[in-house]
Design a protein around this ligand. Structure first.
Ligand code: PLP
Length: 374
């Protein structure tokens, strides 16, 4: 089965991991610091690595102090953990609808959803296309909320010339194998606010405080460290950070390859009736994570099944988050966000990854044409 997304691992990646395995460090060592620094160069803000993108979201919400009684406004057109991690901290998730073209959080809908209890507004850069950060910034600031970016799709993307990572108060990344770069499992939190980043770092390291200036009982002894707020062990090991730094050196090539393949889909599919191709705003410089088409005429399920039967691993991204039973059981109902529902009903992700060959891409296009009968 041709997958919808997959990693690209070459000799330089393998060599970096082997070198790390032969070193003195398996977990927190020099490669963690190096990967965080390398990531900062791409994200435009200092970064803390964590064990995956879900952990990054949990860490970002914890750093922002999200808890019971707080509301978090976010998009339903995302992987469930964007919302689930806020709910797990006791917050109430308020889903606001998306823009029809980009499927990103609609600033007008977000503005209508904020209340005096809103503590965070979380955008998602769907398919790698940045959300409308200038407008979302106004919404968050006027509500006195932090702006969070779930940029699991968008490491390497830019919004009006500014890198994703430097736009929100806290930005989260995922390095799962289908994402723009991989560490196997992995993730990061970026922030230009040193206090938020420090809180994120402490949370990901069990909540342990070692800085003598911050200890409540500094005379305990040289071994002493303290937990002031509960945290988790969300560390990303040295071995995986070695892979991350090696992958970052290839990021520009990944971006160029994804851009070329997306442009090729745009061209090859332009005249296929019954399809709507992904939009791109003039100010966006996206790292094309997904190639999401819309299958019109109620045929999405049929197209999904026939493509799969032909060995083409198309995917649907995403079931609106509130339609997961865990949210249904909390009282969220179908139809809550009609634009997101309409998008979901037609959405299909075609295979897109850095090493996709033109031959395989041609097969995807030909199969899709045959299925749609054009
Ligand atoms: C992949 C993804 C996540 C979760 O990342 P993991 O590394 O798989 O935990 C969160 N949000 C979005 C939008 C994602 O695509």
């Amino acid at each position: 089965m041709l997958p919808y997304g997959r990693q690209s691992v070459d000799g330089s990646d393998v060599a970096a991991v082997v070198e790390a395995l032969r070193s003195d460090w398996l977990t927190t060592g020099p490669r963690v610091t190096r990967f965080e620094r390398d990531l900062q160069a791409v994200a435009g803000a200092p970064c803390v690595t964590v064990s995956n993108g879900t952990a990054a979201l949990h860490t970002a919400y914890a750093a922002a102090g999200i808890g019971p009684g707080d509301e978090v406004v976010t998009t339903p057109m995302t992987f469930v953990t964007t919302a689930a991690t806020a709910a797990m901290l006791g917050a109430t998730v308020v889903f606001a609808d998306v823009e029809d073209d980009t499927a990103n959080l609609d600033p007008a809908a977000a503005e209508a959803a904020v209340t005096s209890r809103t503590r965070a507004v979380t955008a998602v850069d769907y398919a790698g296309h940045p959300a409308e950060y200038d407008q979302l910034r106004k919404v968050a600031d006027s509500a006195g909320a932090v702006l969070i970016a779930d940029a699991a799709h968008a490491v390497g993307s830019a919004y009006r010339g500014r890198p994703v990572g430097a736009l929100a108060d806290l930005t989260t990344f995922s390095f799962f194998p289908t994402k723009n770069l991989t560490t196997g499992e992995g993730g990061a939190v970026a922030s230009t606010d040193p206090a938020l980043l420090e809180r994120a770092r402490t949370f990901r390291t069990v909540g342990l405080v070692r800085d003598p200036a911050r200890l409540r009982h500094p005379d305990e002894g040289g071994w002493h460290q303290e937990v002031h707020e509960f945290g988790l062990n969300y560390r990303l090991p040295d071995v995986l950070c070695a892979l991350g730094s090696a992958q970052l050196r290839r990021l520009a090539d990944f971006k160029a390859s994804r851009a070329r393949l997306a442009a090729r889909y745009d061209e090859l599919l332009a005249d296929v009736p019954g399809l709507r191709l992904p939009a791109r705003r003039a100010w966006a410089d996206p790292m094309r994570h997904l190639y999401p088409v819309r299958v019109l005429g109620g045929r999405r399920r049929e197209v999904y099944e026939r493509m799969r039967a032909a060995g083409i691993g198309v995917q649907v991204n995403y079931l609106p988050a509130y339609r997961h039973p865990v949210f249904e059981d909390l009282g969220y109902r179908r139809g809550l966000c009609p634009v997101a529902e309409a998008f979901y009903a037609e959405q299909l992700s075609l295979p897109l990854f850095a090493d996709l060959t033109d031959t395989d891409q041609d097969r995807v296009v030909d199969t899709l044409r045959t299925v749609l009968g054009s």
